[in-house]
Structure formats: C-alpha cells, structure tokens
Design a protein around this ligand. Structure first.
Ligand code: DGL
Length: 279
C-alpha cells in the first residue's frame, strides 16, 4: 500500500481513484485518461468480490465503502465509482461517510436515451442490482411521466462475467446478448442504453444483434465520456485539477487475480499496466 502513496505535495498532485467490481470500469478510465491526461490515476478492480450485479445491496455498500476508505487514506483527491451497480447502491453512503470529498458515479444514460429515441422506446441493459435500485426506478419514473418515452429493461445476468473472461465475441456471449436484447428490439426499441460499465466492450456484438432484430437503425448510449467530463468539472470546482503538463501515472490494484486485470488492461485498452494485489 505504501508503495502506492504518490508524493502529494498538494491535493492536486494526488491521484484520482477509479473503482469497479472488475475490468468494466476501464470503459470509463479510457475517457478519463483522454479528457484529463495529466491526472494520476489509481484503478481498483474488486475482482475478489465480483460480480456485484446479483449481490444484496448491503454487500455492495460494504465493498464500495471499503474501497472508498482505502482511497481516502492514500490519499486520493477524488473517487470515481465506475460501476452502475455500486453507484446505485452505495454512492450516497460514500458521500455521507466523506462529506466534501469529490465522488463521481455512473448511471445508465436514460436522459440521453430519451433525447435520442425517435419512437419513444428505449432498451436498457444493466445488472439486476442497478435495475432494482431506487435511483433507477426514480429516474425511469420521472422520464416516463413525460409520456414521451418508455424504457424496456433486461437484467443481463452473466454478461459481465463473459467480458471478465475476455469473451468479447464468442458464441456464448453472442447468445446471451441475443437472449437479453433481441426481445426488446423486436418490441420496437430504437435506442439501447449500456447500463453497466462492462458492456461497452461488447459494442460490436450489440450492434450485430441490433442489425439482426431492430426495425430501425439503433442508437447506443454509453455514459463513459460524460463521466470523464463530469470528473473534469468536479475537479475544477474543487480547485483540484493537476497543473503539470506531463502525462499522469496510472497504477492498478485488484482484490482478485492481478494477472487477469493486467490481461484486461492489455486486451481492452492496449495498455501494459503493473497490477498489485489489494487485500
Ligand atoms: N460493471 C458493473 C456495473 O457497471 C457491474 C458488473 C458486476 O455485476 O459486477 O454495473
């Protein structure tokens, strides 16, 4: 842990912590790096406790708080919960424990989807945890109350696991997506929300299932870039933007297999990143 402590002469030099249950948060990290190239980043995959999607809220809250405690102690200057499931269950608890600490979450892009749809039907792919959350129910209800949009949802059990295994184009992954997404497309959805940070890594499969089953060309919503922009705004508001022009250092930790995370960095982002174990 001490090896990780970056020399933080002032808060702006401290790293931003980015967490997910596994490699899914890398779909957010890639945008953070593109938007804020000078920021030091610490990525944590909580793979020893993954997946989060089917776990009771209490467990997801406990895990997210444990990761927040670790990052706060580093110290990280901000935390990005790059996981829809953990954001839905635990972002309030993290903000409550650390008031004033910038914490940015990820939520399914229902609003951009409502703006994108032309026929008012939107498919949402996410975990059971996200879809069953109060946060999701409220956003859905508020947008549906306008009478302009209806959300058709599918809890994609097993899909994040396939992505963790590196099966981005396999038959089994394709069959899973077909099972979850095709019925929503046949109902008429013209927009698909990727409501789990793992799913952008199977975008080509989402597009091919869409081509096979949709009546109209499909729009796909991924909020990763919006989260990167939100982090930039929040750092600015707190006076925490890194002023150095040199590229930030990226470090990574996993509570599970360090090899699996290093492989995921290489396979998904073409990055060779040293990964340490986190107890
Ligand atoms: N990446 C996580 C999300 O955005 C979910 C994966 C899991 O089930 O652990 O919801």
């Amino acid at each position: 842990m001490s090896a990780l402590a970056l020399a933080a002469h002032n808060n702006a030099d401290a790293p931003v912590g980015i967490v997910d249950s596994g490699a899914g948060g890398l779909s957010v990290l890639r945008h953070v790096r593109a938007i804020l190239p000078s920021e030091h980043l610490v990525y944590i995959a909580d793979s020893g406790f993954a997946p989060y999607g089917e776990k009771p809220d209490a467990e997801v809250i406990a895990r997210t708080l444990a990761l927040a405690d670790f990052l706060k102690a580093l110290p990280a200057k901000a935390m990005v919960i790059a996981c829809n499931t953990a954001t839905a269950a635990a972002i309030s608890a993290v903000r409550h424990r650390y008031p004033g600490w910038p914490v940015v979450g990820v939520e399914p892009g229902l609003k951009p989807a409502a703006a994108n749809t032309t026929n008012g039907l939107v498919a949402v792919l996410a975990t059971a945890g996200t879809l069953g959350s109060t946060r999701f129910a409220e956003s859905k209800r508020n947008l549906e109350a306008t009478g302009k949009v209806r959300f058709l949802v599918a809890a994609c059990t097993g899909l994040a696991d396939q992505i963790e295994k590196g099966e981005l184009r396999s038959r089994a992954t394709s069959a899973l997506l077909e099972r979850y997404l095709a019925p929503l497309l046949r109902e008429g959805a013209d927009t698909v929300v990727l409501g789990c940070t793992h799913y952008p890594f199977v975008l080509p499969l989402v597009q091919s299932v869409s081509r096979a089953h949709a009546r109209l060309p499909i729009g796909v919503i991924d909020t990763g870039e919006a989260v990167g922009r939100q982090l930039a705004r929040v750092l600015e508001q707190h006076g925490l933007v890194q002023s150095s022009a040199t590229p930030g250092v990226l470090r990574s930790l996993s509570t599970g297999s360090v090899t699996a995370l290093a492989t995921a960095f290489s396979r998904l982002l073409r990055l060779e990143v040293p990964v340490s174990h986190l107890d």
